[in-house]
Design a protein. Sequence first.
Length: 317
Amino acid sequence: MNNIFKKQNAFKITLVISILFLLVFYILSYFQLIQSLDSAALIGEASRWCERVSGGVFREPVNTLSNLGFMVAGLFILYKLSNETSFNEFSGLNKITILYGVAVVYLGPGSMMMHGTNTEWGGWADNLSMVMYIIIPWLYNCYKMSNWSQSTLLKIYLAIVLSYAILRGQFGHGMGIGLDLFGVSIGLWVISEFLYKFWSPSMRFFSGFVGFLVLMIFGIMPNEVFQNISEYWWIILFWLPGLFATRKPDGIRTYKWYFAGMIAYMSAFAIWLTGVPDSETCNPDTIFQAHGFWHLLTALSTIFFFYHYRSEKLVQD
């Protein structure tokens, strides 16, 4: 048994678990064992993400099955890692790269459980999968600019994931404290990338202000933030990367893959905004659902970001 659960088998194990999940999920959905009565009452209406709620196997068939893109992307990542010799910390099979690949795979089942069942627990699973992925990049960047060990990084990661899982389940989307951890983590990711590129003692402080640029990209202006500071209290977290980044990183990265990933993600976000019932472009009955394209493009972006971290090269002193 111990020979099975070795890191060399990460791809095979994840592939088997993925297939088993799809089989079990399909069977449970087919017999309507995991859908709620509330979702059954909405059959025939447009869902929150435009697609018409179905009385078939999945409540939102296209929005459910498009999540296969995440599973394919994550399995591709793990397959590539399993068939190469390590050349930096984001290549070959190690705890960090396996975590990244598995997190990408789980984005698929997490979202499937929401769109396939239209249940509260499905929404929890979806949000959890998103957080499990989005905190990896900024934690990894902080790890590269600190004296953390891999063990410390993983302990912090697990602590955040478990805390989020409990608080999201108990108090809902804002965790009872008005914190959108997924949204804030996008800002922390951009801030930590900026700090990785331009690290200096002074930039540890000034990097926090990059978070306001991220807010502006998503349509939130600084005056709105300071006029509603009790709602936007979490802007103080923008200085977390600077607090953790106690030393200059040892490597340099090329940024073509990072910007490719950002273009894919922002394009997906723009499409995501149209995938709602009150959008003029919403067609509940087409197989070309905007939210489905959001899934596929964001799955593609995870591969681009994977290549971004693999571009890192050590700087010789």
